[in-house]
Write a protein that binds this ligand. Structure first.
Ligand code: UD2
Ligand code: MN
Length: 463
């Protein structure tokens, strides 16, 4: 595919020009300058209006005079400074407010642009002003800083009901829509850091929600807004930019919660409840005033979230969350013990055992939903997991859920009766809470049905 990309010819004089905007906070010297130099070296001169570095009130010594002097010697690069900590949203906007290019291209401050990265982005915006276009994000190794690239087809962005950004394979329907391997790929959401947008269209769409602080949430907010308000969000397979995914950020990310709540409150309509069910503490988070953003939504006559889910992200399973059938799954016999599932990480969600753990009321690993198709779903994350019983065992593990209800395997079906028993249809047994049954921890196990409080369960939304 890379060969096909290299064959593409561009009419440089017809492409829009761009300002590249890089906000940074306490970034290391080498990664910051690697970003700047890679932009200068890989961008055709005629397409690059300027590079605007926005210092978000860093306090590291090397980012003061040393940086100023260094940048002064570089063509086209300007350094501007926030006079208080703004957070990435307002820092980027500060850069945008000074930009002279037709297109704004945002980058994180620890990137490396790959040869040919810019032309596809600008060409696409030149032909469709309402397209917001992202490069493919390649991986730069966090230990060696080696450019690792990205094997195989690019992935697109999604989210789970905790409002965490997720990556997905390109769905069938999108593969069919594209006519060539070098066509843009529509993506429900963006990772957030790297994208190009027409300056006019960005202003029209309401740029960013300036009530968002520090980090997080702005990427989903912007993604929802682009789609719901008539634009499109795309990934260009011929544009590649490397990014260092650090193990830990040089700042606290606690504001991400309030930012996500703002996004949910403005764009998600009644679907925000699905988010709150899975993060009960989000409901209590102060998120400021979103009136202006709601007015913007009205003014632009944006579509609702239901439309977004059905048309742009049909792959996302929408939980039913029927009253009384979601939240903590508590046992009656064993005081204050709840179903708990703690997979080692987001890449290995399936196959592990469900245990019982003291109920914490925080949603997350103790959030389960009982569906009208008799599944016990662990659906805070993507892909969703369903409780099942491996043949010949008496414990519960998590398997991939079946989205076609005709195909739900028998061993993923539990009948939750009015008296609170969880009856496993396939083995004709009941789920019982037992102490010390898994590595010394209590766990739910299959046992012959009996009239015991340890076989009685109920859902509770909050503690
Ligand atoms: C991802 C995005 C990031 C942003 C974030 C959600 C990519 C590659 N990265 O996290 O751009 O959308 O998700 O919010 O898609 N910064 C400031 N001021 C601050 C905090 C951060 O200027 O108070 C800068 C920071 O120096 C960097 C950029 O904002 O240039 C993004 O921050 P990050 O790199 O820590 O975020 P990342 O890549 O983990
Ligand atoms: Mn980053």
């Amino acid at each position: 595919m890379w060969d096909l990309c290299k064959e593409k010819k561009y009419d440089y004089y017809k492409l829009p020009k761009t300002s590249v905007i890089i906000a940074f906070y306490n970034e290391a010297w080498s990664t910051l300058l690697r970003t700047v130099h890679s932009v200068l070296e890989t961008s055709p001169d005629i397409l690059l209006e300027e590079v605007i570095l926005v210092d978000d009130y860093s306090d590291k010594e090397h980012l003061k005079e040393t940086l100023e002097n260094y940048v002064a010697a570089l063509r086209k690069v300007r350094l501007i400074r926030a006079n208080k900590r703004e957070g990435l949203v307002r820092a980027r906007l500060l850069g945008a407010s000074l930009a002279k290019g037709d297109v704004l291209t945002f980058l994180d401050c620890h990137c490396e642009c790959h040869e040919g990265w810019l032309e596809p982005l600008l060409e696409r915006i030149g032909e469709e002003e309402s397209a917001v276009v992202c490069p493919v994000i390649d991986v730069i190794d966090w230990n060696t800083f080696e450019y690792l690239g990205n094997a195989g087809e690019p992935q697109i962005g999604g989210f789970d009901w905790r409002l965490v950004f997720t990556w997905h394979l390109i769905p069938e329907r999108e593969q069919k829509r594209r006519r060539s391997k070098t066509d843009v790929i529509r993506s429900p959401t963006m990772a957030g850091g790297l994208f190009a947008v027409s300056k006019n269209y960005f202003d029209y769409l309401g740029s960013y929600d300036t009530g968002m602080e520090v980090w997080g949430g702005e990427n989903l907010e912007f993604s929802f807004r682009i789609w719901q308000c008539g634009g499109s969000l795309e990934i260009h397979p011929c544009s590649h930019v490397g990014h260092v995914f650090p193990k830990q950020a040089p700042y606290s990310r606690a504001k991400a919660l309030a930012n996500s709540v703002r996004a949910a409150e403005v764009w998600m309509d009644e679907y925000k409840e699905l988010y709150y069910h899975r993060n009960p503490h989000a409901r209590l988070e102060p998120y400021g005033d979103v009136t202006e953003r709601r007015v913007l939504r009205e003014k632009l006559k944006c579509k609702d979230f239901k439309w977004f889910l059905e048309n742009i992200y049909p792959e996302l399973h929408v939980p039913e969350d029927r009253l009384g059938f979601f939240g903590m799954l508590k046992n009656r016999g064993m005081a204050n013990h709840c179903f708990d599932y703690n997979p080692p990480n987001d890449h290995e969600v399936m196959g592990h055992r469900i245990i019982l753990y003291p109920c914490h009321g925080m949603g997350q690993n103790q959030f389960f939903e009982y569906t009208s198709h008799n599944e016990i779903r662990y659906n805070t994350r993507q892909p969703e997991a369903c409780a099942a019983v491996e043949l010949g065992t008496d414990y519960l593990t998590m398997h991939l859920c079946q989205d076609n209800i005709q195909n739900i395997p028998e061993n993923q079906k539990f009948v939750f009766t009015k008296d609170g028993s969880l009856f496993h249809v396939h083995t004709q047994q009941c789920v019982q809470a037992e102490p010390d049954s898994y590595n010394g921890s209590p766990a739910p196990l299959l046992r012959p049905c009996a009239n015991s409080e340890h076989q009685k369960w109920f859902f509770k939304e909050r503690s």
